[in-house]
Design a protein around this ligand. Sequence first.
Ligand code: GLA
Length: 339
Amino acid sequence: MIRTFGPGRVNLIGEHTDYNGGLALPFAIDRGVTVEAEPLEGDTIHAEALDLGERDAFALHDPPPAEGWRAFVRGTAAELAALGVPLRAARLSFSGDVPRGSGLSSSAALEAALCLALLAVAGAEEPDRTELAKLCSRVENDHVGARTGLLDQLAVLCGEDGRALRIDFRDLSMRPVPLELGDWALVTVDSGAAHEHAGGGYNERRAECAAACEALAIESLRDATAAGAGDLPDPLARRVRHVLTENERVDAMAAALAAGDLEQAGRLLDASHASLRDDYEASVPEVERTVAALEHAGAAGARMVGGGFGGSVLALFPPGARPPDGATSVAPGPAARRL
Ligand code: GLA
């Protein structure tokens, strides 16, 4: 039996920057999706989502499109085949402990674990991890219909134990940043409002960023300037301002961590949240209530993580403060792997 694991991820800071050629600082976590795979004769892939009690079966070659979780499985098979991987029939089953829609990237966890499982069944060599991340991202973009960037897939496939990953999306260069918290604690709390990137605000924000690029005659918002952005009509000016200030906060966070200045790290989380709420307008009332509860409990900083419009809140607690019930500790763990 082949078993693979794809972790979820937490993005410490750098939100909605990936598809704008910007900076982010995510890490893989120890919760995620586990896939069990067993080779079969024939040319059909049988898949079972154990948590949902649902099944699928599809032709190995040219699987027809589908909706929901089936689109992830079929899309992964189709993209691996397109890369020239000699896929084999298999029975796949999977389950996870990252709630779907919680902003901790259950999607990338599933894509990565499925990829590694299908590669192992095929006896094929693993492509370079950055290429694999791009493949997983195509599954999401072209098969699931969520125009997400590469943040989640790179975090999940390239993350390192004990370290966050500073990613520069202009050239996909990555630099590990040690996350040494001492007696401080990073926790996530689910706001209870689930999101789905294939619909809703996420794709709308991407379209606004593309419109801003067009108006500024630049390739990516990484090349925007505060002065140029100021001339754009509302809300485009605020969207660009978020991206520009968020990129700055990523490097400020890396510097704060290197200096062991966790008070400053907390202030940066707060500033990121304010920018996501006011300039990017990616928050919802449930998320605001969760942030307020965390601050009331003594957090040094708290912010929404992931695509927004629901999902989880990340908070940093100083020594002695007690995170509220329902908070889960998070720390950087290893990348997706065969178990
Ligand atoms: C989701 C997407 C990522 C990224 C974040 C926002 O998690 O999958 O590509 O855009 O939202 O930072």
